[in-house]
Design a protein around this ligand. Structure first.
Ligand code: HEC
Length: 270
């Protein structure tokens, strides 16, 4: 303790200590958020899931895990945007039973609930930038790479569901067979996609694992696909369904798909 401290009254000393504790905590919190965004995000999402259970999935509103409830619609895999979710949770929807939660639940919980509903809609921290080690590619393939990871296209970009060269989200298994041409790419078969029924809803699904207690699958209702977990036995699966790969790539022109194929050949070819 310094000479100055010794002259302070006990009250002021504890105030000082409290202030420094606050400072340490502030530093600590900002350090925490410097950690990879995911580690930070997962915590908030877990907290949001809990708050969601208390405030939103109350039996007479939304269903658990963002499924449909008795009077409120399902929230998972709806393709909602960040802005829409934040706005709706904060302000509510006038003229409906969806209240504005801004003034109702504590701020930290509000942020956590928003993060949780975002996670149900596949919104994760933005895609990492290209690595410095990235290969130099011929022009057409380089254009294809831009298009594959195109952030302007939002969730309709290939990288929403495919990981190539360590970027993107590996919803689908790694691309092994590169279609011979654009027509073949537009027509690829999707034998793994099934129709799942659970909790009275039915949706296109890609099953990831079937365990004794749990089944994990991607809900492909709307891009981005959302990973959902169900108790085993609560889901029934049927072969086939309405999901078409051609639909999710429809926003790309033939020329763009040609460039994407050149990119795939350049990075995954022999
Ligand atoms: C919304 C998700 C989604 C998007 C977006 C998407 N795909 Fe796919 N893709 C899939 C799924 C799921 C499969 C696997 C389906 C199956 O095996 O039944 C697949 C399969 C493929 C295959 C076949 C892979 C193989 O080895 O047989 C190719 C090639 C492919 N996609 C290319 C693309 C390209 C190129 C784009 C962008 C222009 C794209 N995909 C966009 C979900 C998507």
């Amino acid at each position: 303790m310094t000479a100055v401290d010794a002259t302070l009254s006990p009250n002021r000393q504890s105030g000082r200590r409290r202030r420094s504790v606050v400072r340490v905590m502030q530093t600590w919190i900002s350090l925490l958020c410097l950690l990879p965004a995911l580690a930070c995000g997962q915590d908030v999402i877990a907290r949001g899931a809990e708050a969601f259970g208390k405030s939103c999935a109350t039996g007479y509103c939304h269903g658990p895990q963002g499924g449909s409830g008795s009077t409120a619609p399902r929230l998972a895999a709806r393709g909602f945007t960040e802005e829409y979710i934040s706005q709706t949770v904060r302000r509510g929807i006038p003229g409906t039973r969806m209240p504005a939660f801004e003034a109702v639940i504590p701020r930290a919980e509000l942020i956590a609930v928003i993060a949780y509903v975002e996670s149900l809609n596949g919104i994760t921290p933005s895609m990492p930038p290209a690595r410095d080690t990235e290969k130099k590619l011929p022009q057409e393939a380089a254009d294809g790479r831009e298009l594959f990871f195109d952030s302007v296209r939002g969730f309709n970009r290939c990288a929403t569901c495919h990981e190539v060269d360590h970027r993107g989200t590996p919803v689908a298994a790694p691309i092994l067979k590169i279609p011979a041409d654009v027509a073949a790419l537009r027509q690829i078969a999707t034998p793994e996609i099934e129709t799942a029924s659970a909790d009275g809803e039915s949706f296109p699904a890609l099953v990831i694992s079937k365990g004794k207690n749990q089944m994990k699958l991607y809900d492909l209702t709307a891009p981005p696909p959302v990973l959902r977990t169900f108790p085993s036995g609560s889901v029934t699966l049927k072969q086939g369904g309405n999901w078409r790969h051609s639909g999710v790539i429809a926003a790309y022109s033939d020329q763009e798909l040609g460039a994407i194929l050149a990119y795939l050949r350049a990075v995954t070819g022999p």
